[in-house]
Design a protein around this ligand. Sequence first.
Ligand code: ADP
Ligand code: MG
Length: 348
Amino acid sequence: MSIKNLGIIGGGQLGSLLADAAKKFNIQTTIYCDDIDAPAQNFCDNFIFGKYDDKHKIQEFTKVVDIITYEFENIPYETLNNINLSKPVLPKPSVNKLIQHRISEKDFINKLNIRTTRYAAIESKSDIEPLGDFLPGILKTTTLGYDGKGQYPIKKIEEIGSLNLDFSKGYILEKLVKLKKEISVIITRFGNNSYEIYEPIENTHENQILKHSIIPAEISKKIFDESKEWAIRIAEELKYIGTLCVEFFIDKNENLYVNEIAPRVHNSGHLTINAFNISQFENHVRAVCGLEKIALKKISNAKMVNLIGNQIKPYRENFKLNENEFFFDYQKKEIKDKRKMGHITTLI
Ligand code: ADP
Ligand code: MG
């Protein structure tokens, strides 16, 4: 079936850049989002505002599109599953369900003989007390976290008392990895053993929010190969269709760990727009819409810098770009602290 209208759930910058990528193929995009000010409405053809559990609105959305994908993982499983009964959802809803929960995600990765941080499920305060050797660690909500939200670094058991935890939600305690570096690998899978994979990207975080991404990553050949091999193993095991990102930690002893999987395009892959013949967004559209897979070619090394909060301001005010610089403004209505407002990619 040739896809004429692609439905995208979620209207942030990732949705915007997906909608942009679809234009090349004359595919119309309809974005569904629960934020009336969603910036992606400036980039798509149709925009539907509604809550993610509003059956009526979701039905209206499903009717006008041929196929549905999503730009973030925290969509109720029931919603994706219901949509999937009438129109295909890619990546499939079961993938999203597995990955949106930090414990089922890590259990899955470990079953593939891939290393993660040590972790334990926490359902009450008393669950943490015997876990002294997991400290220092980070306590995280098992669901709905992003950009470091819902995370509490803990050095000593006594600190837990002062945290305002809500045990009606689940938590996970992860041992803190002594980080040397963080990298990510982005892969787009089209079908059985059919994929395009980007080289590892080196990432720097500030306050748990991604700040810079750069290629080439300064890593050993062993880590370069192992991270790609693990990303392929994960994508194949999930029978994934579309673009997926695996975030990794490298510790001071050169051990590689999977931090988490993002079942979607990823902020660290923004540099692929300018640094490769085909971006992660175009590849996602190609894979979910059943279009041709084209061999990836790197055009240039690159560095991407996220513009967070007020950092966007000087770039909006007649900033002169060099030929090798590319500025993206997500056109968010309001500038907010700790909010990703845009990015700038420099070819190096
Ligand atoms: P999010 O879903 O918010 O992206 P992550 O689990 O990726 O959550 O955490 C965000 C960042 O916090 C990571 O990229 C890393 O810099 C830091 N971090 C998270 N967990 C650990 C850990 N177990 N050890 C060391 N650093 C961590
Ligand atoms: Mg992360």
